[in-house]
Design a protein around this ligand. Structure first.
Ligand SMILES: [Ca+2]
Length: 116
């Protein structure tokens, strides 16, 4: 799990004792998903595709995502169904509340695919 403190860790040069997950976040390419709007609640970070959010290293995250942060150097697709099925949302780097998009993505996303 990577929280908001990871962005400040990234700016500390010469810091070697950071976790593997923080290192991934610092190098870019991650998505962090939150179960509340405005990047609130608990954040869970991934650097590769997740085909089924019911079963992740952090437990069942299915149909819970309300906001996301897409890190630099990456692009992600969020799907309503598991296995990259159903309606999808394509997100470039930035922060988003899923309620801002039409199609009912809030609390419905079930898989994540990294496409860039
Ligand atoms: Ca779903």
């Amino acid at each position: 799990m990577v929280n908001n403190q990871s962005s400040s860790l990234c700016s500390i040069h010469g810091l070697e004792d950071i976790s593997q997950e923080n290192a991934a976040a610092c190098s870019g390419g991650t998505i962090t998903i939150y179960d509340a709007a405005n990047l609130q609640g608990t954040g869970f970070t991934f650097n590769s595709s997740v085909g089924d959010l019911r079963f992740t290293k952090d437990g069942n995250l299915n149909d819970r995502i309300s906001s996301v942060r897409v890190d630099r150097f990456s692009e992600w697709e969020l799907f309503i169904g598991v296995g990259f099925r159903g309606d999808k949302l394509t997100l470039r780097p930035g922060i988003y509340n899923l309620s801002q998009f039409p199609g009912g993505f809030n609390n419905e996303v079930s898989s994540l695919r990294r496409i860039g």
